[in-house]
Design a protein around this ligand. Structure first.
Ligand code: IMP
Ligand code: MG
Length: 186
């Protein structure tokens, strides 16, 4: 399988991340009831680029950053088995947390993470995803901020990978599922 057509260009991603940054800034800014320093919690590795660009696009005095490493995918398939939740530390209690993830697919990752954060005593948990697949999420999750809604297809680039590959593509591309079936060139 190889990266196929471009779904989102660098310019489209950049413009949308700026908008998200402005909206998140308004929400966590001094006036809101959540005017406490938020903790941006990036879900690694997929959210690496998005988290970095989003942090540059927000304008808040006190933001803390943390990362959690979660994995449920093998190749292009969700295993339903989420690893990494235990690593979340004690720094969660009483915090206003913004989970930052690359993509909402089945909803398992984000619902499990949000539930775990609440259990650890988070005062507030919000979710920001760059992409949301238009499908019935197996577990209902409603992100507070969504960059783009996309068709139910496997995408790579801008942090999203296929078995560790293609993360560093600048654009988001559709993974060409048929490419592997093509006969090799003679
Ligand atoms: P969920 O638990 O099924 O919602 O899956 C969420 C996680 O699976 C995301 O954080 C991604 O890491 C990964 N994932 C889901 N769909 C895709 C995709 O199309 N491309 C790359 N990774 C994906
Ligand atoms: Mg992920």
């Amino acid at each position: 399988m190889t990266p196929g057509r471009i779904l989102l260009t660098q310019a489209q991603i950049r413009a949308r991340v700026r908008q998200l940054g402005r909206s998140i800034t308004r929400h966590y800014g001094g006036q809101s009831p959540h005017g406490k320093s938020p903790l941006f919690l990036g879900v690694m590795n997929g959210a690496l680029f998005f988290l970095g660009d989003l942090l540059r696009a927000v304008d808040l005095d006190h933001v803390e950053i943390s990362c959690v490493r979660l994995a449920s995918y093998v190749g292009a398939r969700s295993t339903g088995n989420l690893r990494g939740l235990d690593a979340l530390g004690d720094s969660i209690a009483g915090r206003h947390i913004l989970i930052v993830d690359d993509i909402l697919d089945t909803g398992r990752t984000l619902s499990a993470l949000a539930a775990r954060l609440k259990k650890l005593g988070a005062a507030d948990v919000k979710i920001c995803v760059l992409l949301e697949k238009r499908r019935t999420h197996e577990i209902p999750v409603k992100p507070d901020w969504t960059g783009f809604k996309i068709a139910d297809q496997f995408v790579v680039g801008y942090g999203l990978d296929y078995d560790g590959r293609y993360r560093t593509l600048k654009q988001i591309r559709v993974l060409d599922q048929n490419a592997a079936l093509d006969p090799p060139p003679l």
